[in-house]
Design a protein around this ligand. Structure first.
Ligand code: NA7
Length: 804
């Protein structure tokens, strides 16, 4: 068998792009070229640019340390050389240091032993031999059919089944090659700004939004595409139910290929989501298990206990072999870097610095290691991208700069985690998480925000005067400190989409047009989770009937009741606009949510909304049991202007002898009329709720004389004592952030039990975007928990009301 490759198509889809001549001269024979062809390309490039004179082959770098006085790196090699240099670049690969073979007795085997990562260049002949392959990752999946074609007997030892699809290898489709030849630049540009470094359409539909037939058609097209990352659905990496539909389709395809049902069942992956472990492409992998001389051993049922001189022993049997092939993977992303003993400023060891997981700025640099760079280091798209595209970007970049700051590095590490945390990836035991190497910290290693977004972050670092980098020269230090990405990644995407639509600002519309606009927007939202029932009704307001919508949880009742007031600046919104959020609150709080309308300004200005809000509260209190709720105090909740009403009715209830309220949940509340706070200055223009829009709301809602009335500006009330316990959620990028925080402080000072939750990286509107902004889930969960707590605190609130 010739040397094979576990190539992902990186080199083939986009070889070096720095020289148009090179692109024209070289032609690949197939989509996923094998190792000999890639080696030939590397040699061709080395010859063409006369590179060999600058390369020292067969030399291992063992140590490197920074000489702070001379501002130089000292790099020591295994053959005793010491190289002194201004810059030290580790381009040592993400998957180049093999994971140690952690199987007892592996070194005792007396037959032939091969490792997929160190394949003999002259090839291996398996003819007539009994061969074992251990490992079914990308390397195993690709080598198994080739080994089976020669061996007398092949036994595959599988610990975890992997998802694999046909590679459909062969010459690249002519139309793709022609398009590339006609406009190379367009292809390169598209690749550089794409998600994965391979230009492909962005998935817009969500899997559960389409019919089963449509879903299947998309999955079949993906199966037949031969692409590693074909476009499927937008929620594939974030929604477990959506992902499971794809997993089940793939299992069905596997079962249709593998004839023996027990073997088919064993090679069907389970227990993790598609893509969260590196998915594979193969040429006849599943078909191989139909061959009479190929057998599968399921190590999840009968693990290997030891390897002897002639056999592999599992807990179930002993099997003799002539050859063992280890396809057991790599110490991914960090292994090859920390294998060199690197010491930075003040004797700091990189291995120790990274003991709990790698910390980098942009995956390129790390604090304490001046003039040190990593090509495709942890925290950059790296293994989640076409490596060539990412390598070229890093190489272009490192010719420029020096050392990052602590703030910049901590901010980037946070951002890399924020990106991973909204996906299903951290749920799997994968090498992306370091989970294949015993004792390695469980950290998501690459950057999953995408090649294009990553490039943009790097470019913005430069545009902002090398934000987060420190330059140290003879004439002192220069530093522009800061964090390049502070918004939650999914919030940033929503803002980008809104910006790309070029919508007119709401405050430029009439209230009627603005309401129609909000209704149209609400129709675009995902529906939110299922509840046992939602029913629409009317209740008497202060000047006529008001609509309400009740959401009932699926669990057995009776449930505590929450009266909810929608957002919309007292001018816009209604039960529909906040529907997904109310469903979500209902499920997470296990409470009945009664979302009540109130009259809107300017037709019905202040105090109409307050009067209606209080009437609605009284009506719900009088009908708690008729609505299926648990008797006793209710809680109130609201968002924005609705949160303003929710806290205002708490004061009214306190001062008017009821109804009893056990707690108030205030999401981004309006608590004051001062539009000059710092949060207005910082966030008044770019994050959907703008200063201009707040002016528009106030101008419609309340005349200047009434603006400081505590029923408009509850922060200005001089008697905040004895109000129900409050959970107040403020959002970092919200003009209302500081007045929400001030209100939390004022209530606390008045002796109210307050929980203040500051939502990092969120905007005024992002936490209500259920199933769109996944990073809002932990906050919605805490809001649900707050309501649960309120639902259990009858005694305290009754006492508070009695006091009033
Ligand atoms: P991978 O994808 O890490 O696969 C390694 C495989 O070896 C995987 O199936 C492991 O099972 C298995 N393995 C590892 N250790 C053992 C032991 N001790 N016993 C049994 N089985 C074991 O590495 P590859 O080389 O295949 O691919 C690396 C990347 O190269 C690939 O994704 C492409 O990007 C190119 P596990 O899943 O851990 O249970």
């Amino acid at each position: 068998m010739p040397a094979f490759t576990c190539c992902t198509g990186c080199a083939v889809k986009a070889p070096y792009s720095f020289d148009p001549d090179l692109e024209r001269e070289w032609r690949w024979s197939e989509k996923y070229a094998t190792q000999p062809e890639i080696l030939a390309y590397a040699n061709y490039v080395a010859d063409k640019y006369d590179l060999r004179k600058d390369i020292q082959f067969a030399t291992r770098v063992e140590r490197a340390n920074w000489d702070i006085k001379a501002r130089r790196w000292h790099v020591r090699t295994g053959i005793g050389d010491e190289i002194i240099c201004g810059f030290y670049v580790m381009a040592s690969g993400c998957l180049s240091l093999p994971k140690g073979i952690d199987i007892a007795g592996a070194d005792r085997f007396e037959g032939e032993t091969y490792y997929t990562h160190r394949w003999p260049h002259e090839g291996v002949d398996f003819t007539g031999k009994r061969v074992a392959v251990i490992g079914t990752g990308s390397s195993g999946v690709q080598s198994i059919p080739l080994i089976a074609a020669q061996a007398a007997q092949l036994t595959v030892f599988q610990r975890t089944a992997n998802f694999s699809r046909p590679a459909c290898n062969g010459p690249a489709p002519k139309e793709k090659v022609d398009a590339f030849i006609v406009d190379r630049n367009a292809y390169r540009q598209a690749a550089r700004w794409s998600m994965t470094g391979v230009p492909s359409p962005i998935a817009e539909l969500r899997a559960l939004q389409v019919s089963e037939e449509e879903r299947r058609a998309v999955y079949e097209a993906a199966w037949n595409s031969g692409d590693l990352l074909p476009t499927t659905f937008a929620d594939m990496v974030t929604n477990a139910t959506a992902n499971e539909t794809y997993c089940e389709f793939l299992r069905e395809m596997i079962r249709s290929i593998v004839r023996d049902p027990a073997t088919a069942d064993t090679v069907c992956p389970r227990g993790y989501y598609y893509g969260t472990k590196r998915a594979c492409l193969d040429s006849g992998y599943y078909e191989t298990f139909n061959r009479p001389h190929v057998r599968l051993v399921d190590l999840s049922k009968t693990p290997i206990s030891t390897i002897t001189g002639t056999s592999i022993e599992t807990t179930g049997e002993s099997l003799e072999f002539d050859v063992i092939v280890f396809a057991t993977g790599f110490d991914a992303m960090t292994g090859a870097i920390v294998a060199v003993d690197i010491t930075g400023r003040d004797g700091l060891s990189l291995k120790e610095k990274w003991a709990a997981g790698p910390k980098t700025y942009l995956g390129l640099t790390t604090v304490g290691f001046p003039n040190y760079f990593m090509i495709t280091g942890p925290g950059s798209p790296s293994v989640l991208s076409n490596m060539m595209v990412s390598i070229e970007q890093h190489v272009d970049w490192v010719s420029e700069i020096i050392e990052p700051t602590e703030t910049a590095e901590a901010g980037w590490v946070q951002h890399v985690n924020d990106c991973a945390d909204i996906t299903l990836y951290p749920t799997a035991n994968s090498w992306y998480m370091g989970a294949n190497v015993p004792g390695k910290p469980r950290v998501f290693l690459p950057y999953i925000g995408g090649v294009g977004r990553y490039r943009k972050a790097c470019d913005e670092v430069v545009e902002q005067g090398y934000l987060g980098f420190r330059f140290q020269g003879d004439d002192g230090t220069q530093c522009n400190d800061g964090v390049i990405r502070r918004l939650m990644p999914d919030v940033a995407i929503v803002l980008e989409v809104i910006e790309s639509l070029g919508l007119p600002p709401i405050e430029s519309m009439s209230p009627q047009d603005a309401r129609a606009f909000i209704v149209a927007l609400a129709k675009q939202q995902p529906p939110g989770p299922a509840v046992a029932e939602h029913l629409d009704g009317t209740l008497p307001g202060a000047a006529g009937n008001l609509n309400y919508r009740l959401y009932r949880p699926t669990t057995a009742g009776p449930h505590p009741v929450v009266v909810y007031y929608h957002g919309g600046g007292w001018v816009l919104g209604g039960c529909d606009s906040d529907d997904p959020f109310c469903r979500d609150l209902c499920v997470r709080s296990d409470s009945i949510i009664v979302s009540v309308d109130y009259r809107h300004a300017p037709e019905a200005p202040f105090p109409a909304a307050v009067e209606d809000a209080f009437c609605a509260l009284q009506w719900v209190a009088a009908h708690v049991e008729a609505l299926g709720g648990r008797s006793g105090p209710m809680s109130v909740a609201g968002w924005s202007a609705g949160a303003n009403l929710a806290t205002v009715v708490c004061r009214l209830a306190r001062d008017n002898g009821g109804p009893a309220i056990s707690g108030q949940l205030l999401l981004a509340p309006v608590t004051d009329v001062d539009l000059t706070r710092r949060s207005y200055e910082e966030n008044g223009e770019r994050y959907v709720l703008t200063s201009a829009l707040m002016h528009w709301f106030f101008d419609h809602y309340v005349g200047p004389a009434d603006r400081t009335d505590p029923r408009v500006a509850p922060l200005r009330a001089d008697d905040l004592a004895n109000l129900p316990p409050a959970t107040i959620v403020t959002c970092e990028f919200d003009p209302l952030r500081d007045e929400g925080a001030a209100y939390a402080e004022a209530l606390t000072a008045a002796g109210v039990d307050v929980q203040h939750i500051a939502a990092r990286g969120h905007t005024h509107t992002s936490l209500t975007l259920v199933d769109v902004v996944i990073s809002g889930v932990p906050y919605r969960q805490r809001m649900g928990e707050a309501l649960r707590r309120f639902g259990q605190t009858e005694g305290q609130s009754l006492r508070l009301v009695a006091h009033a």
